[in-house]
Design a protein around this ligand. Structure first.
Ligand SMILES: [Zn+2]
Length: 99
């Protein structure tokens, strides 16, 4: 399994990939991420909840981890207190990123 960064603006987040299905997972994740961002913009909260569940299942399947502190922690997509979409890790003092 190799690890790759989610994107340059999400420094510290890495994804674990089995070579075999990294393309499929990567594509599914980008589609789910796009859909979630659009649902968020539309303010469809019920659909957004369902979509966040899908994104988080994919993040788990892709072994997304925050490596800003040791040991690495899981990453999830959620909304912050302003209602904006963020990535947040499960470290004791969570790191957050804009989606
Ligand atoms: Zn972290």
């Amino acid at each position: 399994m190799s690890r790759t960064s989610l994107s340059p603006t999400h420094e510290g987040i890495t994804l674990g990939f089995d070579k075999h299905d990294d393309e499929v997972r990567g594509e599914s994740f980008s589609l789910a991420r796009q859909l979630t961002v659009q649902l968020h913009d539309l303010g469809l909260s019920v659909a957004l909840d369902a979509s966040l569940g899908t994104v988080n299942a994919l993040l788990a399947a892709m072994a997304a981890r925050c490596e800003r502190s040791a040991p690495p922690a899981d990453i999830e997509m959620t909304t912050d207190s302003q209602g904006d979409l963020i990535y947040r890790c499960k470290h004791k003092s969570p790191h957050t990123w804009k989606v």
